[in-house]
Design a protein around this ligand. Structure first.
Ligand code: FAD
Length: 392
């Protein structure tokens, strides 16, 4: 049977929710329940491209991701006693115009300032890193060898397994249907299987987070997250070491290719869907397949000879400024949110989980996470951050 009370209830079992659960347990909070309406990872996490980068264009995201890579991802397998297959295979952004090169230089300067060793490279150097690259099509690359990838399946499993070992209860196939709030205080969480009394709730439902906020009496638009369908086409395995970094010419419709760290197939994405969709639309489309293969074969011409074996769709849970909402919600005591990751939440999950867990238990965190920048209340104040670059 399900527990009837808990100190903390986490809603959503993706990389964010399972990371929060693990980090709470690590801080000694044993009485934690995580509720997932479907199965763990079934939201965006198991549909993602696995990329992890510190190449952002603003101080807050660069600092958070530098910390995530140096202090969290590098040590995660050891800490969780389960190999999450984190590999520092880099991210390679490619420029097609002089203006882009200038923008790359500005970004590199900012990244270097915060210790991220990105550098501008020539097309020849890019071709050494990605041998089948159509190098003639590009003028330069922005290369950070410390960016990388990890296996989303292993990450969620490893967080959940360790959290359970430390006493966390995880209930899958258990949709939250309501949140009981009295006089601005949380009293419990309603599920299809019964009520769990609690005083602390974390909304880690990403694309579904506005629905959870509404359950707590807030407007759905308080944190205006919209689901944008993003798809991936994946090829049969190719020889190892061909396209190890995430390789992306942003000017080519935000298209990217990356060899899957698990089986060596090539994950191909492109920015086709420019409008939000509905939360039940994860239907892959032929339009996408045609579009993504057009771009992928321009980046890597030899992909013309490789079979596509799978295609799927998921959501970028996008906020108006493409930055997530992370922190305490002031209208309801002890209601927290970490959602709206806008296409880059997998890479942030370890540090965000640690930061939220520390915020709940200690009221502050040692994680260099800029709470102002990610403030969930910024939207109602009409304050937008500079848009975070969204690609994987
Ligand atoms: P989710 O994984 O969506 O988890 C939220 C969970 O909440 C879901 O499992 C859902 O079922 C559950 N839930 C919803 N409502 C309820 C309810 N009422 N009760 C209980 N549970 C509920 N990110 C990267 O960092 N790198 C990448 O390379 C990358 N590539 C991507 C490529 C694609 C094609 C897509 C679609 C996304 C990509 N992303 C990438 C984004 C990444 O997938 C997400 O940002 C990340 O997985 C968010 O994790 P999460 O745990 O916050 O959300």
């Amino acid at each position: 049977g399900m527990k009837s009370k808990a100190e903390v209830v986490i809603i959503g079992g993706g990389s964010t929710g399972t990371s929060i659960a693990y980090h709470l347990a690590k801080l000694g909070v044993e009485d934690v329940v995580l509720l997932e309406k479907n199965y763990l990872g079934s939201g965006s996490t198991f549909r993602c491209a696995s990329g992890i980068r510190a190449q952002f264009t603003d101080e807050a995201n660069i600092k958070l991701q530098r910390y995530n890579i140096e202090k969290r991802w590098k040590h995660l397998s050891e800490e969780l006693e389960y190999d999450v297959h984190f590999k520092q295979t880099g991210y390679l952004f490619l420029a097609t115009t002089e203006e882009e090169i200038e923008a790359f230089k500005q970004n590199i300067k900012l990244q270097n300032k915060f210790g991220v060793p990105t550098r501008l490279i020539t097309p020849e150097e890019a071709k050494e890193i990605v041998p089948p690259l159509n190098a003639e099509a590009f003028l330069a690359g922005a290369w950070n060898p410390e960016d990388g990838k990890a296996c989303p399946f292993r990450v969620v499993h490893a967080f959940a397994r360790k959290a359970r070992e430390m006493g966390v209860e995880i209930y899958e196939h258990t949709p939250v249907t309501g949140i009981i709030v009295e006089n601005g205080e949380i009293k419990g969480v309603k599920t299809e299987k019964g009520v769990i009394k609690t005083g602390i709730v974390v909304n880690a439902a990403n694309a579904w987070a506005p629905i959870i906020n509404e359950m707590a009496g807030l407007s759905r638009d308080f944190v205006p997250i919209k689901p944008y369908k993003h798809q991936i086409a994946k090829t049969e395995p190719i020889a190892p070491g061909q396209i190890e970094p995430l390789t992306c010419p942003p000017a080519w419709n935000d298209s990217y290719v990356i060899q899957d760290g698990e089986d060596g197939g090539v994950i191909c994405g492109t920015g086709l869907e420019k409008e939000p969709t509905s939360l039940d639309d994860v239907q892959p489309t032929y339009d996408f397949l045609r579009e993504v293969l057009k771009w992928a074969t321009r980046i890597i011409p030899a992909l013309k000879y490789v079979h596509v074996v799978r295609q799927w769709a998921g959501f970028y849970a996008k906020t108006p400024d493409s930055n997530p909402a992370i922190g305490r919600i002031q209208y309801v005591d002890e209601l927290y949110i970490a959602a709206g990751f806008s296409g880059h939440g997998f890479m942030m999950a370890p540090g965000v989980g640690e930061a939220i867990a520390e915020l709940i238990i200690k009221g502050k965190s040692k994680v260099p996470l800029d709470w102002e920048w990610y403030d969930p209340h910024r939207f109602e104040r009409g304050e937008l951050r500079s848009a975070a670059f969204q690609i994987g």
